[in-house]
Design a protein around this ligand. Structure first.
Ligand code: ATP
Ligand code: MG
Length: 414
Protein backbone atom coordinates (compact mmCIF):
# COMPACT_ATOMS: atom_id res chain seq x y z
CA UNK A 1 0.00 0.00 0.00
CA UNK A 2 1.29 3.46 -0.90
CA UNK A 3 0.27 6.66 0.85
CA UNK A 4 -0.41 9.57 -1.48
CA UNK A 5 0.17 12.41 1.00
CA UNK A 6 1.12 13.35 4.51
CA UNK A 7 -1.06 15.87 6.35
CA UNK A 8 0.95 18.02 8.75
CA UNK A 9 -0.85 19.88 11.57
CA UNK A 10 0.66 22.92 13.25
CA UNK A 11 -1.00 22.98 16.69
CA UNK A 12 0.47 25.69 18.90
CA UNK A 13 1.42 27.68 15.84
CA UNK A 14 -2.19 28.60 15.33
CA UNK A 15 -1.97 30.81 18.44
CA UNK A 16 0.48 33.13 16.76
CA UNK A 17 -1.82 34.49 14.13
CA UNK A 18 0.13 37.76 13.66
CA UNK A 19 3.33 36.03 12.62
CA UNK A 20 1.73 33.09 10.94
CA UNK A 21 3.10 33.66 7.44
CA UNK A 22 6.61 34.04 8.71
CA UNK A 23 6.23 30.92 10.86
CA UNK A 24 4.91 28.88 7.99
CA UNK A 25 7.72 30.00 5.70
CA UNK A 26 10.29 28.99 8.32
CA UNK A 27 8.57 25.65 8.94
CA UNK A 28 8.47 24.86 5.22
CA UNK A 29 12.11 25.82 4.82
CA UNK A 30 13.06 23.69 7.80
CA UNK A 31 11.17 20.66 6.51
CA UNK A 32 12.97 21.01 3.18
CA UNK A 33 16.30 21.19 5.00
CA UNK A 34 15.49 18.00 6.88
CA UNK A 35 14.30 16.29 3.69
CA UNK A 36 17.49 17.14 1.77
CA UNK A 37 18.22 13.49 1.07
CA UNK A 38 14.72 12.63 -0.13
CA UNK A 39 13.38 13.04 -3.63
CA UNK A 40 9.98 12.85 -5.25
CA UNK A 41 7.95 14.91 -2.83
CA UNK A 42 6.58 18.43 -2.85
CA UNK A 43 5.02 20.62 -0.23
CA UNK A 44 1.88 22.71 -0.24
CA UNK A 45 1.69 25.01 2.78
CA UNK A 46 -1.80 26.17 3.71
CA UNK A 47 -2.93 28.39 6.57
CA UNK A 48 -4.30 25.57 8.69
CA UNK A 49 -2.21 22.56 7.59
CA UNK A 50 0.43 21.40 5.20
CA UNK A 51 0.29 18.71 2.55
CA UNK A 52 3.34 16.75 1.58
CA UNK A 53 2.65 15.09 -1.77
CA UNK A 54 4.48 11.81 -2.23
CA UNK A 55 5.30 10.54 -5.73
CA UNK A 56 6.21 7.21 -4.15
CA UNK A 57 6.77 5.71 -0.68
CA UNK A 58 10.47 5.00 -1.14
CA UNK A 59 11.52 7.13 1.85
CA UNK A 60 8.30 7.02 3.84
CA UNK A 61 9.84 5.61 7.04
CA UNK A 62 12.66 8.17 7.03
CA UNK A 63 10.24 11.00 6.23
CA UNK A 64 7.92 10.06 9.10
CA UNK A 65 10.88 9.83 11.49
CA UNK A 66 12.09 13.27 10.46
CA UNK A 67 8.65 14.82 10.95
CA UNK A 68 8.66 13.53 14.54
CA UNK A 69 11.56 15.82 15.47
CA UNK A 70 10.87 19.02 13.54
CA UNK A 71 9.71 21.81 15.88
CA UNK A 72 6.39 23.48 15.08
CA UNK A 73 4.66 20.25 14.03
CA UNK A 74 1.89 19.17 16.38
CA UNK A 75 0.91 15.97 14.61
CA UNK A 76 0.88 14.39 11.18
CA UNK A 77 -0.81 11.57 9.33
CA UNK A 78 0.11 9.54 6.28
CA UNK A 79 -3.09 9.56 4.19
CA UNK A 80 -4.73 8.26 1.07
CA UNK A 81 -6.42 10.99 -0.90
CA UNK A 82 -9.12 10.49 -3.47
CA UNK A 83 -11.56 12.66 -5.41
CA UNK A 84 -14.81 13.83 -3.83
CA UNK A 85 -16.32 10.48 -4.55
CA UNK A 86 -17.68 7.91 -2.09
CA UNK A 87 -16.68 4.88 -4.17
CA UNK A 88 -13.11 6.07 -4.43
CA UNK A 89 -13.05 6.68 -0.65
CA UNK A 90 -14.20 3.06 -0.12
CA UNK A 91 -11.35 1.83 -2.31
CA UNK A 92 -8.92 3.82 -0.21
CA UNK A 93 -10.40 2.32 2.98
CA UNK A 94 -9.76 -1.11 1.44
CA UNK A 95 -6.15 -0.22 0.79
CA UNK A 96 -5.68 1.00 4.34
CA UNK A 97 -7.41 -2.04 5.86
CA UNK A 98 -5.31 -4.46 3.85
CA UNK A 99 -2.84 -4.23 6.74
CA UNK A 100 -5.34 -4.31 9.59
CA UNK A 101 -7.53 -7.35 9.00
CA UNK A 102 -5.41 -10.07 10.53
CA UNK A 103 -7.02 -9.93 13.97
CA UNK A 104 -10.40 -9.23 15.44
CA UNK A 105 -10.07 -5.49 15.67
CA UNK A 106 -12.69 -3.05 16.92
CA UNK A 107 -12.97 0.07 14.82
CA UNK A 108 -14.84 3.32 14.53
CA UNK A 109 -15.44 5.63 11.57
CA UNK A 110 -14.84 9.30 12.33
CA UNK A 111 -15.91 11.63 9.59
CA UNK A 112 -15.07 15.32 9.43
CA UNK A 113 -16.91 17.25 6.78
CA UNK A 114 -15.12 20.56 6.25
CA UNK A 115 -16.70 20.77 2.80
CA UNK A 116 -20.27 21.73 3.66
CA UNK A 117 -21.37 21.41 0.03
CA UNK A 118 -20.76 17.69 -0.05
CA UNK A 119 -23.93 15.73 -0.89
CA UNK A 120 -23.97 13.62 2.35
CA UNK A 121 -23.77 14.85 5.92
CA UNK A 122 -21.43 13.54 8.63
CA UNK A 123 -23.87 10.96 10.07
CA UNK A 124 -24.76 9.62 6.66
CA UNK A 125 -21.07 9.28 5.80
CA UNK A 126 -20.31 7.49 9.08
CA UNK A 127 -23.12 5.05 8.28
CA UNK A 128 -22.09 4.51 4.67
CA UNK A 129 -18.45 3.76 5.50
CA UNK A 130 -19.28 1.86 8.71
CA UNK A 131 -21.65 -0.50 6.88
CA UNK A 132 -19.18 -0.90 4.06
CA UNK A 133 -16.45 -2.05 6.42
CA UNK A 134 -18.76 -4.34 8.42
CA UNK A 135 -20.08 -6.03 5.27
CA UNK A 136 -16.68 -6.57 3.76
CA UNK A 137 -14.48 -7.40 6.76
CA UNK A 138 -16.12 -10.10 8.83
CA UNK A 139 -13.46 -10.03 11.53
CA UNK A 140 -13.95 -6.32 12.30
CA UNK A 141 -16.52 -5.00 14.78
CA UNK A 142 -17.70 -1.48 15.52
CA UNK A 143 -16.89 -0.08 18.95
CA UNK A 144 -17.36 3.68 19.11
CA UNK A 145 -16.31 3.97 22.76
CA UNK A 146 -13.20 1.85 22.81
CA UNK A 147 -11.95 1.18 19.28
CA UNK A 148 -8.56 -0.38 18.49
CA UNK A 149 -8.26 2.03 15.62
CA UNK A 150 -10.17 4.88 14.06
CA UNK A 151 -10.74 5.20 10.34
CA UNK A 152 -10.67 8.96 9.79
CA UNK A 153 -12.55 10.29 6.80
CA UNK A 154 -11.98 13.97 6.04
CA UNK A 155 -14.16 15.50 3.38
CA UNK A 156 -12.61 18.73 2.15
CA UNK A 157 -12.93 20.79 -1.01
CA UNK A 158 -9.69 19.21 -2.31
CA UNK A 159 -10.99 15.64 -1.95
CA UNK A 160 -11.61 12.87 0.57
CA UNK A 161 -8.72 11.90 2.85
CA UNK A 162 -8.59 8.52 4.59
CA UNK A 163 -6.17 7.71 7.39
CA UNK A 164 -5.83 5.77 10.62
CA UNK A 165 -2.64 7.08 12.22
CA UNK A 166 -2.21 10.42 13.95
CA UNK A 167 1.46 10.63 14.89
CA UNK A 168 2.58 13.13 17.53
CA UNK A 169 5.23 15.69 16.63
CA UNK A 170 7.33 17.67 19.13
CA UNK A 171 4.99 20.69 18.95
CA UNK A 172 6.46 24.07 19.86
CA UNK A 173 7.38 26.59 17.17
CA UNK A 174 9.45 26.39 13.98
CA UNK A 175 13.18 26.76 14.56
CA UNK A 176 14.60 30.26 14.79
CA UNK A 177 11.27 32.05 15.04
CA UNK A 178 12.14 33.37 18.48
CA UNK A 179 15.14 35.43 19.65
CA UNK A 180 18.61 34.13 20.33
CA UNK A 181 19.83 32.49 23.53
CA UNK A 182 23.42 31.74 24.54
CA UNK A 183 23.60 28.22 25.93
CA UNK A 184 26.47 27.04 28.12
CA UNK A 185 27.32 23.72 26.51
CA UNK A 186 29.34 21.18 28.44
CA UNK A 187 30.10 17.66 27.30
CA UNK A 188 27.56 16.28 29.80
CA UNK A 189 24.11 14.83 29.30
CA UNK A 190 22.08 17.82 30.40
CA UNK A 191 23.08 20.88 28.42
CA UNK A 192 22.51 19.26 24.98
CA UNK A 193 18.99 18.34 26.14
CA UNK A 194 18.44 21.92 27.31
CA UNK A 195 19.54 23.04 23.85
CA UNK A 196 17.01 20.84 22.08
CA UNK A 197 14.14 21.90 24.37
CA UNK A 198 14.89 25.54 23.54
CA UNK A 199 15.18 24.77 19.82
CA UNK A 200 11.80 23.07 20.01
CA UNK A 201 10.33 26.36 21.23
CA UNK A 202 11.65 28.18 18.18
CA UNK A 203 14.63 29.70 20.03
CA UNK A 204 17.81 30.22 18.05
CA UNK A 205 20.52 28.69 20.21
CA UNK A 206 24.09 29.94 20.06
CA UNK A 207 26.54 28.03 22.25
CA UNK A 208 29.55 28.73 24.42
CA UNK A 209 31.95 26.10 25.70
CA UNK A 210 34.77 26.52 28.20
CA UNK A 211 37.84 24.34 27.82
CA UNK A 212 41.04 24.28 29.83
CA UNK A 213 43.78 22.74 27.73
CA UNK A 214 46.07 20.99 28.45
CA UNK A 215 43.97 19.80 31.41
CA UNK A 216 41.12 19.11 29.05
CA UNK A 217 42.04 17.05 26.01
CA UNK A 218 41.63 17.47 22.27
CA UNK A 219 39.15 14.60 22.43
CA UNK A 220 37.00 16.53 24.91
CA UNK A 221 36.74 19.39 22.42
CA UNK A 222 36.03 16.98 19.59
CA UNK A 223 33.16 15.65 21.67
CA UNK A 224 31.77 19.20 21.89
CA UNK A 225 31.99 19.49 18.10
CA UNK A 226 30.23 16.15 17.65
CA UNK A 227 27.48 17.20 20.07
CA UNK A 228 27.11 20.52 18.26
CA UNK A 229 26.85 18.75 14.93
CA UNK A 230 24.12 16.52 16.31
CA UNK A 231 22.25 19.54 17.72
CA UNK A 232 22.58 21.41 14.43
CA UNK A 233 20.79 18.69 12.50
CA UNK A 234 17.29 20.07 12.87
CA UNK A 235 18.25 23.74 12.50
CA UNK A 236 20.91 23.69 9.79
CA UNK A 237 23.75 25.68 11.34
CA UNK A 238 24.78 26.44 14.91
CA UNK A 239 27.31 28.97 16.16
CA UNK A 240 29.71 27.74 18.86
CA UNK A 241 32.14 29.93 20.80
CA UNK A 242 35.02 28.09 22.44
CA UNK A 243 36.65 29.91 25.34
CA UNK A 244 40.12 29.09 26.49
CA UNK A 245 39.58 29.14 30.22
CA UNK A 246 42.89 27.72 31.44
CA UNK A 247 44.57 30.87 32.77
CA UNK A 248 41.50 32.18 34.48
CA UNK A 249 40.60 28.81 35.94
CA UNK A 250 44.08 28.22 37.31
CA UNK A 251 44.10 31.71 38.85
CA UNK A 252 40.79 30.90 40.52
CA UNK A 253 42.18 27.64 41.88
CA UNK A 254 45.32 29.43 43.15
CA UNK A 255 43.58 32.39 44.73
CA UNK A 256 40.12 31.42 45.94
CA UNK A 257 39.46 29.36 49.06
CA UNK A 258 39.09 25.79 47.87
CA UNK A 259 35.45 25.24 48.87
CA UNK A 260 34.54 28.39 46.88
CA UNK A 261 36.47 27.64 43.67
CA UNK A 262 33.46 25.98 42.08
CA UNK A 263 31.27 28.99 42.81
CA UNK A 264 33.88 31.37 41.45
CA UNK A 265 34.46 29.25 38.34
CA UNK A 266 30.75 29.33 37.56
CA UNK A 267 30.55 33.05 38.23
CA UNK A 268 33.35 33.68 35.78
CA UNK A 269 31.80 31.45 33.15
CA UNK A 270 28.61 33.40 33.49
CA UNK A 271 30.44 36.75 33.44
CA UNK A 272 32.08 35.81 30.14
CA UNK A 273 28.77 34.54 28.74
CA UNK A 274 27.14 37.81 29.83
CA UNK A 275 29.73 39.96 28.03
CA UNK A 276 29.65 37.81 24.93
CA UNK A 277 25.84 37.95 24.80
CA UNK A 278 25.86 41.72 24.93
CA UNK A 279 28.21 41.82 21.92
CA UNK A 280 26.09 39.33 19.99
CA UNK A 281 22.68 40.91 20.63
CA UNK A 282 21.54 38.00 22.73
CA UNK A 283 19.03 38.63 25.50
CA UNK A 284 19.16 35.48 27.64
CA UNK A 285 21.60 32.82 28.79
CA UNK A 286 20.69 29.15 29.24
CA UNK A 287 22.22 26.23 31.11
CA UNK A 288 21.54 22.53 31.58
CA UNK A 289 21.18 22.94 35.34
CA UNK A 290 18.65 20.89 37.23
CA UNK A 291 17.72 21.75 40.77
CA UNK A 292 19.73 19.96 43.44
CA UNK A 293 21.67 17.72 41.03
CA UNK A 294 25.12 18.81 42.27
CA UNK A 295 26.66 21.36 44.67
CA UNK A 296 26.49 24.23 42.18
CA UNK A 297 22.82 23.60 41.49
CA UNK A 298 21.23 24.49 44.81
CA UNK A 299 19.19 27.67 44.94
CA UNK A 300 21.77 29.26 47.27
CA UNK A 301 24.48 28.48 44.75
CA UNK A 302 22.47 29.75 41.83
CA UNK A 303 21.84 33.00 43.66
CA UNK A 304 25.60 33.51 44.22
CA UNK A 305 26.43 32.62 40.63
CA UNK A 306 23.65 34.70 39.06
CA UNK A 307 24.81 37.82 40.82
CA UNK A 308 27.34 38.57 38.06
CA UNK A 309 24.70 39.17 35.39
CA UNK A 310 21.38 40.92 34.90
CA UNK A 311 20.50 38.64 32.00
CA UNK A 312 17.62 36.20 32.41
CA UNK A 313 19.04 32.71 32.96
CA UNK A 314 16.90 30.02 31.35
CA UNK A 315 17.10 26.56 32.86
CA UNK A 316 14.80 24.34 30.80
CA UNK A 317 15.68 21.25 32.90
CA UNK A 318 15.31 22.90 36.30
CA UNK A 319 12.60 20.61 37.67
CA UNK A 320 13.24 17.53 35.60
CA UNK A 321 14.48 14.21 36.96
CA UNK A 322 17.69 12.80 35.50
CA UNK A 323 15.91 9.70 34.24
CA UNK A 324 13.60 11.82 32.08
CA UNK A 325 16.49 13.96 30.86
CA UNK A 326 18.31 10.78 29.80
CA UNK A 327 15.24 9.59 27.89
CA UNK A 328 15.24 12.81 25.86
CA UNK A 329 19.03 12.61 25.37
CA UNK A 330 18.58 9.11 23.94
CA UNK A 331 15.77 10.17 21.67
CA UNK A 332 17.72 13.11 20.20
CA UNK A 333 20.89 11.07 19.75
CA UNK A 334 23.15 12.97 22.18
CA UNK A 335 23.25 10.43 25.02
CA UNK A 336 25.92 8.17 23.52
CA UNK A 337 28.11 11.13 22.63
CA UNK A 338 27.73 12.67 26.11
CA UNK A 339 28.73 9.38 27.66
CA UNK A 340 32.13 9.38 25.97
CA UNK A 341 34.61 9.50 28.85
CA UNK A 342 36.30 12.87 28.32
CA UNK A 343 36.79 15.34 31.11
CA UNK A 344 35.11 18.73 31.49
CA UNK A 345 36.99 21.74 32.82
CA UNK A 346 34.59 21.92 35.77
CA UNK A 347 35.20 18.36 36.88
CA UNK A 348 39.00 18.34 36.69
CA UNK A 349 39.26 21.16 39.21
CA UNK A 350 36.39 20.09 41.43
CA UNK A 351 37.28 20.77 45.07
CA UNK A 352 36.86 17.95 47.59
CA UNK A 353 34.05 19.73 49.39
CA UNK A 354 32.42 22.42 47.28
CA UNK A 355 30.05 24.68 49.21
CA UNK A 356 26.45 23.69 48.61
CA UNK A 357 25.26 26.87 50.33
CA UNK A 358 27.86 29.50 49.45
CA UNK A 359 27.54 32.99 50.92
CA UNK A 360 27.52 35.90 48.50
CA UNK A 361 29.49 38.23 50.86
CA UNK A 362 32.27 35.67 51.07
CA UNK A 363 32.70 35.05 47.35
CA UNK A 364 32.56 38.81 46.70
CA UNK A 365 35.31 39.32 49.27
CA UNK A 366 37.56 36.57 47.86
CA UNK A 367 37.17 37.78 44.28
CA UNK A 368 37.72 41.43 45.25
CA UNK A 369 41.23 40.57 46.43
CA UNK A 370 42.24 39.55 42.89
CA UNK A 371 39.82 41.78 41.03
CA UNK A 372 42.31 43.18 38.53
CA UNK A 373 43.78 39.84 37.54
CA UNK A 374 40.35 38.25 37.17
CA UNK A 375 38.97 41.13 35.14
CA UNK A 376 41.87 41.19 32.74
CA UNK A 377 41.68 37.41 32.30
CA UNK A 378 37.96 37.65 31.55
CA UNK A 379 38.80 40.12 28.81
CA UNK A 380 41.56 37.87 27.53
CA UNK A 381 39.15 34.92 27.38
CA UNK A 382 36.86 36.99 25.16
CA UNK A 383 39.70 38.25 22.99
CA UNK A 384 41.03 34.75 22.39
CA UNK A 385 37.72 32.99 21.85
CA UNK A 386 37.30 30.87 18.76
CA UNK A 387 33.98 30.92 16.97
CA UNK A 388 32.78 28.12 14.75
CA UNK A 389 29.85 27.69 12.40
CA UNK A 390 28.79 24.09 12.66
CA UNK A 391 26.47 21.96 10.60
CA UNK A 392 26.04 18.24 10.31
CA UNK A 393 28.72 17.93 7.64
CA UNK A 394 31.30 20.54 8.56
CA UNK A 395 32.94 22.66 11.26
CA UNK A 396 34.17 26.04 10.11
CA UNK A 397 36.31 28.35 12.17
CA UNK A 398 34.95 31.87 11.85
CA UNK A 399 37.49 33.87 13.81
CA UNK A 400 40.95 32.67 14.61
CA UNK A 401 42.36 34.54 17.57
CA UNK A 402 45.92 34.32 18.84
CA UNK A 403 46.77 31.28 20.94
CA UNK A 404 47.86 32.29 24.43
CA UNK A 405 48.17 28.97 26.16
CA UNK A 406 51.51 27.24 26.29
CA UNK A 407 51.48 23.75 27.70
CA UNK A 408 54.73 24.45 29.57
CA UNK A 409 53.05 27.18 31.61
CA UNK A 410 51.02 24.58 33.45
CA UNK A 411 53.50 21.78 33.79
CA UNK A 412 53.50 21.84 37.56
CA UNK A 413 49.71 21.41 37.67
CA UNK A 414 49.49 18.61 35.15
P1 ATP B 1 25.78 18.74 31.99
O1 ATP B 1 25.37 17.32 31.89
O2 ATP B 1 25.05 19.65 31.08
O3 ATP B 1 27.29 18.91 31.96
P2 ATP B 1 25.83 18.52 34.80
O4 ATP B 1 24.70 17.88 35.47
O5 ATP B 1 27.08 17.73 34.57
O6 ATP B 1 25.34 19.16 33.44
P3 ATP B 1 27.41 20.67 35.79
O7 ATP B 1 28.67 20.02 35.29
O8 ATP B 1 27.34 21.19 37.15
O9 ATP B 1 26.13 19.78 35.65
O10 ATP B 1 27.08 21.86 34.82
C1 ATP B 1 25.91 22.61 34.93
C2 ATP B 1 25.77 23.47 33.70
O11 ATP B 1 26.86 24.37 33.59
C3 ATP B 1 25.82 22.65 32.43
O12 ATP B 1 24.55 22.12 32.13
C4 ATP B 1 26.26 23.67 31.44
O13 ATP B 1 25.16 24.49 31.02
C5 ATP B 1 27.24 24.52 32.25
N1 ATP B 1 28.61 24.03 32.05
C6 ATP B 1 29.32 23.17 32.81
N2 ATP B 1 30.56 22.97 32.33
C7 ATP B 1 30.66 23.74 31.21
C8 ATP B 1 31.67 23.99 30.22
N3 ATP B 1 32.87 23.42 30.29
N4 ATP B 1 31.38 24.85 29.24
C9 ATP B 1 30.18 25.45 29.14
N5 ATP B 1 29.20 25.24 30.02
C10 ATP B 1 29.41 24.41 31.04
MG1 MG C 1 28.77 18.60 33.44
Amino acid sequence: MEYSHIIVRYGELTLKSGNRNDFLKKLTKNIKLNFKNFKNYHIQTKRDRMYIFLDNNLYIKEILNKLKIIPGIHSFSPVLKGKLNIEEAKMNIDKLLSEKTKQNYKFKIQTKRANKNFEKNTNELNNIFGSYVLNNYKNLKVDVKNPDFIINVEVRSEGIFIFTDIIKGVGGFPVNTSSKVLLLLSGGIDSPVACRLLQNKGVEVEMIHFQSPPFTSKEALEKIFTLSQKLSEIVGTIKLHVINFTKLQTEIVKNIKSNYTMTSTRRHMLKIADKLSKNENIYAIATGESLGQVASQTLESMQCINEVTNMPILRPLLTMDKIDIIKIAESIGTYKISNLPFEDCCTIFTPKAPKTKPKLEKILKYEKEQENIFNSLVDECLETKKTYLINKDSINLLEDKKETIEEDDFKELL
